[in-house]
Design a protein around this ligand. Structure first.
Ligand code: C5P
Length: 221
């Protein structure tokens, strides 16, 4: 049986940084499922479809193929055969992903791909519904969170360190809005799985969180 580690939590909790490090330490594959929802969001945007156009979104789902490959250990996302990895990390792609991930057709498509990947590989997968819907039997589930203020501060630091101007209050507002959307949707809302271990990283360093998750994983392997 494959060892699958599920990490869920709200936007900006550090899931991808931490999941990537944990995967590397365990020599597991890291799967960033948010990137898949972002690629779907880009697909709808490119077609000129607005997030509230449910019928168009459902119809467009029939003709989309998302696939994943790895180059030098880095996940690459292909949208209908084109590598869109470089377009995924914008605020716009995040908002579009959050809005369109609420549709069942969108989720079905991606959950199927995620479950297929988990059948064949030892992996660390992060997202919103990994422990609750995608890998309900994962031997280790972590719910990684931090206060909205701490998450906003981290994002603000990341942007200002890159030389970009950023408004802390606006970032915190966007984070709260995305949390609300992800936690209140009908299909697979963001919620801590009953058997998930809660890790609040508000007062922890990245190294401490990685160590904590690694020790939990090693206990269960
Ligand atoms: O994690 P990331 O910010 O890249 O995710 C973008 C959006 O995709 C989230 O706000 C969420 O709405 C959606 N998502 C999801 N289920 C997942 C991963 C992401 O609904 N497993």
């Amino acid at each position: 049986m494959r060892f699958n580690l599920a990490i869920d939590g709200p936007a900006g909790a550090g899931k991808s940084t931490i999941a990537k490090r944990v995967a590397k330490e365990l020599s597991f594959v890291y799967v960033d499922t948010g990137a898949m929802y972002r690629a779907m969001g880009i697909y709808f945007s490119d077609l000129g479809i607005a997030p509230e156009e449910q019928e168009k979104i459902e119809a467009a789902c029939k003709d989309v193929k998302i696939s994943i490959s790895y180059e030098n250990g880095e996940q690459q996302v292909y949208l209908n055969g084109v590598n869109v990895t470089g377009r995924l990390r914008t605020e716009e792609a995040g908002k579009m992903a959050s809005a369109t991930s609420a549709y069942l057709e969108v989720r079905k498509k991606l959950v199927e791909l995620q479950q297929e990947m988990a059948e064949n590989t030892d992996l660390v997968m992060d997202g919103r519904d990994i422990g609750t819907a995608v890998l309900p039997n994962a031997p280790l589930k972590v719910y990684l969170t931090a206060s909205a203020h701490v998450r906003a501060l981290r994002r603000w630091k990341e942007l200002t360190e890159k030389g970009q101007t950023a408004d802390l209050a606006k970032i915190e507002e966007d984070i709260n809005e995305r949390d609300y959307q992800d936690m209140h949707r009908e299909h697979s809302p963001l919620v801590q799985a009953e058997d998930a271990v809660l890790v609040d990283s508000s007062e922890m360093t990245i190294d401490e969180v990685v160590e904590k998750i690694l020790s939990l994983a090693r206990e269960r392997m």
